[in-house]
Design a protein around this ligand. Sequence first.
Ligand SMILES: Cc1cc2nc3c(=O)[nH]c(=O)nc-3n(C[C@H](O)[C@H](O)[C@H](O)COP(=O)(O)O)c2cc1C
Length: 202
Amino acid sequence: VEAISLPPWRSALARALHRNRSLVYSRYAQLATVAGDGRPHNRTIVFRGFGEGNRLHDLKFITDQRSEKMMQLQANSWAELCWYFPKTREQFRIAGQCTIIDAMYPNPTDQKSRRITWHNLSSAARSQFAWPRPAQDLASPEAFESDDLDPNQPLDDFALLYLNPIQVDHLELKGQPDSLYPQSRCRYSLEMGEWRQRSVNP
Ligand SMILES: Cc1cc2nc3c(=O)[nH]c(=O)nc-3n(C[C@H](O)[C@H](O)[C@H](O)COP(=O)(O)O)c2cc1C
């Protein structure tokens, strides 16, 4: 049986999540995408955990299929997440390609994850997917009213967004107790299927 090897940045990220768990906003990160004209776009999103099955190392997010980030990702799947953990004062910049699991995505395991994630959302979070199309001219307030949605049936515009990392840049502003350096910075990169890790100047 082949041992499942975790990418080396996973333990650093897991430790940061654990040590910052008292701060709800430590789960908020910024995801940058690139539009067709080459311009970057950036927005805050909530980390929803790691994927399941063959997406164990992917970071999971949820979003609206109608949002602008989705158009950008359909044309260019590259993205970079910038994530700051205030309590431990460390930053992760995680670059990779995104996969969107929308209502049409054929893989049954992914559809199961999509259903479970929808099911586990609060009623308020689910209702956002019944709102009028994002970034259009403001609709009337009634258009934002909705009855509770079926927790067992995701709306069509509800999508999972997976980020599959190929490079992680980890900066720790706090000097480590056992280190001679005032800060530390480590770069992890996936090269020919293998994760490489090197310390670099901060
Ligand atoms: C704290 C916070 C959390 C957010 N979480 C999400 C999220 O999980 N998914 C999402 O699509 N948008 C989230 N948003 C909204 C996005 O920042 C953004 O406004 C929206 O997705 C539209 O972005 P776009 O036009 O680039 O697609 C969040 C905003 C804030 C301030």
